[in-house]
Design a protein around this ligand. Structure first.
Ligand code: HEC
Ligand code: HEC
Ligand code: HEC
Ligand code: HEC
Ligand code: HEC
Ligand code: HEC
Ligand code: HEC
Length: 403
């Protein structure tokens, strides 16, 4: 009797457990996009936009932030020097324990602190810097990987006399390098606030809807009307005005020195970017042709005759769905769409037609001479002994004749 009762109680308990676990399963399947119900998420685009969805994950936009990819980090760590010495002769060194990576501070060869790599910012095309979570705060790690020299350097703007483990990563980094993270302003002192992040809402990389705006209604309509071959409930970027098209890219490619009224996470195609910032007064605003090559492609392009005398947009040369880096012939053909009349350009074209090798092509490419690599005045790195400045090269978008 006792025995059957126990069995009965046990079965009821098991049933309850099954019932609740089913509930949770259903809940997790219905997990909403943290941006809100208007968003569908990138996985829903794949079925109907196969070609774009196949190439897009190879772009640096998609890769510009991610959870730590331990095999990539291992590769980087294995081929580069793994430490950096500060002027106070302490050093920070990379450590690995079962595929988990740390940056550890050593003073006189004794380990003082160690922080885990949690997030990477930057695709590592040129550089990659890292964040380490502590509750709802994210700290930037002192060492940044600098691809140009395959070396670990002091993170840009960090002091070189001693290592720094207490720099907070701010919302701005996410606004340009991720699709979304929710945050709140909380007091951090009598007169200051800090970002309190909700790490569970983070969507890494730049996804389709970051550029195209919320697409759940579009997905629903096209799924319910498979015979309709024209798009509904999504803004065609090509149909927007030139300034609106430029603003889609300028949200992240025109610097971040203005003071914001609204978060650029909420920017959608058709919006006017200027409305996201407080107006600037006086002469303090940037002289376009002097803009730094880091992050200010918009201003530099605006200062070019090619831009001023045509309807050029970023899309004239860039396809945001495909990796195009180092594809010299694609970019040259873009120049030639407009410069066929130039005898000088035609001359170079003739030479280039005889050059098959991409590296050879680069030497005589229009881009090499008219959009030269320049060093950033905002970003530079220190080498492993903190003595030398390693320059950070970027391609200027002021298209012009250079000496
Ligand atoms: C059920 C099919 C379907 C799904 C799912 C779908 N789309 Fe579309 N989409 C279409 C069709 C059909 C068109 C019109 C033809 C074309 O441009 O490819 C279109 C067009 C577009 C356009 C171009 C609009 C224009 O006027 O130029 C964009 C942008 C777009 N979709 C984005 C997305 C995004 C982002 C997702 C995922 C969140 C998505 N679509 C999911 C079917 C779909
Ligand atoms: C960096 C911004 C950006 C991202 C990210 C992006 N797009 Fe686009 N997309 C554009 C722009 C700009 C255009 C207009 C292209 C033009 O002017 O020809 C466009 C055009 C389109 C079109 C219509 C024209 C075409 O090329 O077929 C579709 C469909 C589309 N995007 C789908 C997607 C999907 C799906 C994703 C994610 C897998 C995605 N886009 C990611 C910027 C972006
Ligand atoms: C949400 C912010 C954001 C938007 C919007 C955006 N970009 Fe970017 N873009 C970035 C970031 C961040 C990088 C650096 C990627 C990395 O880590 O290498 C980048 C890199 C690039 C690159 C270099 C790609 C490479 O192969 O290294 C090009 C070209 C580019 N963007 C063009 C565009 C164009 C064109 C648009 C508009 C259609 C656009 N971007 C919109 C943030 C953005
Ligand atoms: C206003 C937008 C914006 C903000 C804010 C921003 N970035 Fe970037 N970042 C970019 C763009 C655009 C690029 C690539 C092109 C360039 O350097 O001009 C880039 C490049 C990088 C790269 C090098 C990527 C590569 O491999 O080429 C790293 C690393 C990086 N950013 C980290 C950060 C961190 C960390 C923060 C916050 C402290 C931050 N960025 C804030 C737009 C931004
Ligand atoms: C949409 C058309 C268009 C495209 C694309 C274009 N240009 Fe131009 N460019 C012009 C126009 C128009 C002018 C001004 C008239 C002139 O000097 O020929 C110009 C001017 C120039 C000048 C002279 C600049 C000066 O300050 O005197 C150079 C150099 C140049 N372009 C190089 C290039 C290169 C290199 C590319 C490709 C990366 C390119 N252009 C792409 C239209 C274009
Ligand atoms: C080796 C460097 C070099 C290369 C490569 C080069 N240019 Fe130039 N370009 C110059 C110089 C220097 C001038 C100014 C003196 C002159 O007019 O010859 C110039 C002038 C120009 C001008 C303005 C004068 C004119 O002739 O219209 C245009 C436009 C131009 N280049 C476009 C191009 C294009 C397009 C390509 C690639 C097909 C190209 N250039 C390749 C160095 C170069
Ligand atoms: C006239 C053609 C042209 C136009 C228009 C243009 N770009 Fe570029 N862009 C290039 C070329 C060429 C490169 C070098 C590509 C490479 O190195 O593989 C480049 C590289 C970049 C890079 C990477 C920078 C670096 O140093 O690695 C970014 C970011 C970028 N473009 C953003 C933009 C944005 C944003 C716009 C619009 C404001 C724009 N571009 C308009 C031709 C253009």
């Amino acid at each position: 009797m006792r025995y059957t009762k126990t069995v009965l109680v046990m079965s009821v308990v098991i049933l309850i457990v099954i019932f609740f676990s089913k509930c949770f399963e259903d809940n997790s399947q219905k997990t909403k996009d943290p941006r809100g119900e208007q968003y569908a998420g990138m996985s829903t685009c794949v079925g109907c936009h196969q070609k774009i969805a196949a190439s897009f994950p190879h772009t640096n936009h998609y890769k510009t932030s991610s959870a730590i990819n331990s095999s990539l980090l291992k590769k980087i760590a294995d081929t580069s020097k793994k430490y950096f010495y500060y002027m106070d002769s302490s050093h920070v060194r990379l450590e690995e324990n079962n595929n988990v990576f740390f940056q550890a501070l050593f003073v006189k060869d004794a380990k003082e602190t160690s922080r885990r790599f949690d997030i990477s910012f930057g695709s590592a095309e040129k550089a990659q810097t890292y964040g380490s979570w502590d509750g709802d705060q994210l700290f930037q790690l002192p060492l940044t990987y600098y691809s140009g020299m395959n070396t670990w350097a002091n993170s840009p703007g960090f002091p070189t006399n001693h290592p720094k483990f207490d720099r907070l990563i701010i919302n701005g980094c996410f606004q340009c390098h991720a699709t979304y993270i929710a945050k709140e302003d909380v007091p951090s002192g009598p007169l200051s606030v800090r970002d309190k992040f909700y790490p569970g809402t983070l969507i890494y990389g730049i996804d389709c809807e970051r550029c195209h705006g919320p697409a759940a209604a579009h997905v629903k309509f096209q799924q319910e009307n498979p015979l309709v071959k024209t798009a509904k409930y999504i803004t065609g970027i090509k149909s927007l005005s030139r300034q609106q098209q430029l603003d889609v890219c300028a949200t992240c490619h025109s610097g971040n020195d203005r003071s914001a009224q609204r978060s650029i996470f909420s920017f959608i195609p058709g919006d006017t970017l200027a409305n996201f910032y407080f107006p600037e007064f006086g002469f303090g605003s940037m002289n376009n042709s002097q803009a730094d090559v880091h992050g200010r492609q918009m201003q530099l392009l605006q200062s070019s005759k090619c831009f001023q005398q045509t309807n050029m947009t970023c899309g004239t040369c860039h396809n945001p769905h495909e990796p195009q880096r180092n594809n010299n012939s694609v970019f040259i053909s873009k120049c030639m769409n407009c410069h066929q009349q130039s005898a000088h350009a035609e001359g170079f074209m003739k030479k280039m037609e005889q050059t098959k090798n991409n590296a050879e092509l680069e030497k005589i490419s229009c881009v090499t001479c008219h959009m030269p690599l320049q060093t950033s005045k905002l970003i530079s790195f220190k080498d492993g002994t903190a003595a030398k400045n390693l320059p950070y090269y970027l391609r200027t978008h002021r298209i012009a004749v250079y000496k």
